[in-house]
Design a protein around this ligand. Sequence first.
Ligand code: SF4
Ligand code: SF4
Length: 406
Amino acid sequence: MVLIGKLFRPHGYDRMSSKVHITRCPEYDLDQIKPQIKNHLDQYPRFKDIGGKKVLLKINLLSATEPERAVTTHPTFLKALVLEIQDRGGSVLIADSPGGLFNKGTLTKAYREAGIQKVADETGAELNYNFNSHEEKHRDGRFLKRFNICDYISSCDLTIAVPKIKTHMFCGLTCAMKIMFGAVPGTEKVKYHTRFPDTLDFSKMLLDLTDLCKVDLFLVDGIIGMDGKGPARGDPREVGSIVSGEDPTTVDLQVTRMVGLDPSKLPITKAAKEQGLIDLDQKIDVTGDGSDLRISPKFKPAKGGALATSPPSFLKRFIINISTNKPHVGIKKCIGCGVCRDNCAGDAIVIINEKAKIDHSKCIRCYCCHELCPHDAIYLTIKESGLGNFIGDMGYRMYGTVRDNK
Ligand code: SF4
Ligand code: SF4
């Protein structure tokens, strides 16, 4: 009985329901968030009668990071959503596949440190520990027609994706159109980065993947987002909103307007435009008391990241080298755990003398090492690392020795 509706629902989003609903919510206060979540779910007929249904909450659990850093879906937001679904008679499965190995150790740590375990303990929601995945064809895929996706994605009657609003060094923005990359199991993600080193190609792949996952609703934790060097090392930014919609492309387009990012410069929104899914200046039907919300100052873009254009291939390496930030290893912080090496799409990292060493000639600037290093030991600028540390890394890369300059 479970899944029948989902199995027979065609891929793709209902283009008639590209409405976006935005409410103002200034802080992570359960009593403020809960009624707002009710208000959001009331906008969507699919969530009016969910008695006896199981709802997958696909959160952003990028890594084992405490909530204050604004990297992951906030536990108070998640708790309010779980309680609202339970009030409607539904049950909940919370899931994501963070970077790194997709196993019990990684997930347990991420659930605990991001405050998700506590939400499950307090509400009785189920946490996913199913690590199986399968290959799935996407007949209607515009760019890619076959994916390897986690089994948890198709294990419930309904799916709500619960992203945050963050800048992204590779895609420009991570919100509704990017969150389903967590449907790809752990280090399998590396293969997609390797196969699609171009930001536009990678973003088009994401659009197909999002489509394949048949998400019923995107409900954005837009209370505190992240700008600058997102999605893991940027600055937390107050946005003060909750955003929802059934169409990820219009949700993200409206989000760019709300936080002041230029969609013509973001690979993810450019890809949606190239696929004919949105016009960057289209009128969007926005409802709710936050429909006119525009934050000030605007979000700082993830500058120095990957390009939003596709130069001819003979120029690409040169342009990438001069225009993007190279990742560097903070020699003092690095403990040689190998997480960066295991997630490196360019096969550019080796561990020598218990320190990571990056070969920049192989690096495709996917910034997965920067996102996923559990010890904040990857830097993108000299300012970030400190000059001494930067010189230490240069020396280490040239001579294979460790100079601890911090
Ligand atoms: S840079 Fe970070 S992820 Fe890579 S080996 Fe060092 S500590 Fe581990
Ligand atoms: S070194 Fe870092 S940025 Fe470069 S390809 Fe590897 S993971 Fe990506």
